[in-house]
Structures are given as structure tokens and as C-alpha cells.
Design a protein around this ligand. Sequence first.
Ligand code: NDP
Ligand code: PYC
Length: 346
Amino acid sequence: MTASPEMAVSSANSTLDFDSVVLLLERIFVRHGTSNEVARTLALNCAGAERDGAHSHGVFRMPGYVSTLKSGWVNGQAVPVVEDVASGFVRVDAGNGFAQPALAAARALLVEKARSAGIAVLAIRNSHHFAALWPDVEPFAYEGLVALSVVNSMTCVVPHGADRPLFGTNPIAFAAPRADGEPIVFDLATSAIAHGDVQIAARKGERLPQGMGVDSLGQPTQDPQAILEGGALLPFGGHKGSALSMMVELLAAALTGGNFSFEFDWKNHPGAKTPWTGQLLIVIDPAKAAGQSFAERSQELVRQMHGVGLKRLPGDRRHHQRAKSSAGGIQLDADTLANLRELAGD
Ligand code: NDP
Ligand code: PYC
């Protein structure tokens, strides 16, 4: 692979097109031991997050991927094993590799089953997910399907009413087609804030809003460093977010055969950052539903929401940023680009 990533360079920022970012990231993954196929899948995911302004899971994550690969914690060459277990159930053993290649390997079978049975489940286990979740569901909605996915992560969230952390940041992502416009997509951590955003705030020296986390003594804190150094996060919405986080543990780990967020121990792999857990996807074919087309109905819901004054749907910010990046390129500051190039061995 060759790369000539810059479209234009200023002293402070560089503007790269999407394909150039993908190529640069691919080279980093391959240099640190992944197969070409895994590199391509992860690079597209990570560059897509950067393009959409999903910065907590964009190129900021590359040093974490690299240190994890170097630590031997994850198998960057893993070949997922797909099992067709029932009319509506597909299982994948990701082989201690990344979750996205496992999804890619099972995707065609999953869609075929969803279209024939009306609904199908994909249960991924023995997998590492270090990314945003919306890229896993949004493409199904572009194909007219409804998709829901959950993934658990690593112990850093105190269940509501408990004293110590147990749950992961456990995101839930949902995508549904609509007749006139981009699919409806939301993707949210069940913690009050994603762990990635705490790291970003710590790096920038910013304080967090109240109610996000506690320090090592269990006392409320707005200091991101105190959360990262022995503290923990809180679920969003008290007992409600906590119940959803519990549900994610059950669906993403217990139902797939993967680890709960508290079940793996990466102490012997210094540098390991990627949670070794599981992921569940549920895909529904709305063509099987009664009445008017689902996409028309979802369009009607959006129309009504706008009618009562809603200005922004979940996903709108990303799509706005995607359009901006497509027109003007992806901006990377000089330090970030230099770090990425160093990781690529340039
Ligand atoms: P945010 O709180 O930033 O956003 C959550 C959702 O709400 C998004 O769909 C967002 O849309 C939407 N939204 C935000 N603000 C508004 C608003 N004012 N009005 C309407 N909709 C709004 O996300 P999180 O911080 O909770 O999560 C960030 C990312 O971290 C996610 O992609 C998640 O998958 C990832 N993550 C991954 C984990 C893993 O284990 N792999 C663990 C935890 C988190 P929009 O995107 O358009 O802003
Ligand atoms: O931001 O919470 C997070 C996260 C955990 C694993 C990957 N991202």
C-alpha cells in the first residue's frame, strides 16, 4: 500500500480526503500485525468515525489499537468462525480478534435470515470492540432493515445503588430506515459519558459536568483524571441507565458466550486497551410488518417531531459533519498527523 495523505497542508492543520485517512490507518494496522482484511475493516470504521466527527472513536483510538496489538492481547490475524445455528440465529467465534471482521464475515447470512424469517440474531463472542457502534447498524437501515446492537466493554461503571464499579460503558445503537432522508440512528453509551470522552477531557485539562463519575474514594468528582486514576463512571439516568447497562451485559455477554465486562483480566498484557467481550445484533425486516410501509411511518414520526419544534434528530450532527468532510476533507491537527505517520513507520 502507498500513501500520499495530504490534500493540503497548513502549519497547524492538514486536510485529508477519506481514502487517504483509510490508507494511512490501514498501514498502521498492518504494520502492527493485523491481516490486510482486518486492517481494511478497522481502518474504514475508524476513518468513518473521524469523518463523522465521532471523535471519541476516531483516530484518537489508534495508539490504543497499536498498544493492544503490541501487547499480544488481541489476535489481529483472527479468522472468524461463523455458525448457522437456527432459522433466526447466527453465532460467530471471533477467535480473540476484533468484532467488526466477525460481523463482516456473518453479515450476508444474517441479512438472508432476517429477510426470510423476518428477524435474525447475530451473537458474536470472543471479540474485541474498541469503536463506535453506529457503523455496525447504520448500513442495515440503508438496506431497508431495522437493526439494534449492544456491546459490553470493561468494568468502569458503578451500577446505580452500588459502591463499586462492575458494568462497562455498554453502548446501545439503533438504526431504522425512513422514507425521505437519512436513516434514524442513535448510538449511546449507557454510562453518563463515554470513557473515550473522559480521556479526551483529561488530555485537554477540562473539567466534566456534574454527575459523570466518582473518584477512588467513591466521592463525586468533575476531574476526569480522578475518574481515570482509580475512580469510576456512573450510569446515565440513575436506575434507568443502570438497568439498560445490565441488559447490555446480559445480551452482549451472557447470550453470546462472551465475557462480562468484569470477567477478563488484562493485567498480564500491559498496553492492552480493547475489551474482550461480546456483541449482539438483532436485525428485523420491516417488510413483514402490517400496514403502511415502515419507512413511511418512521418518516411520519420524524415529521411530527419536527412539528413540535425538534431541531435535531440523533445522527443529524454526524450526517452534517459527514457532508462537510466529504466536501472539504477531514481535518487533522499537525501533532495528530505526525503521530499517525510515526505509527505507520513513515
Ligand atoms: P453522545 O452522548 O455524544 O450521543 C448519543 C446519541 O445522542 C447520538 O446518537 C447523538 O447523535 C445523539 N445526540 C447527542 N446530542 C443530541 C441532541 N442534543 N439532540 C438529539 N440527539 C442528540 O454519545 P456517547 O458519548 O454516549 O457515545 C459516544 C460513542 O462511544 C458511541 O459511538 C458509542 O458507541 C461509543 N462507545 C463505544 C464503546 C465500546 O465498547 N465499543 C463503549 C462506550 C461507548 P449524533 O451522533 O448525531 O451526535
Ligand atoms: O468510550 O467507553 C468508551 C469505550 C470503551 C471501549 C471502547 N470505547
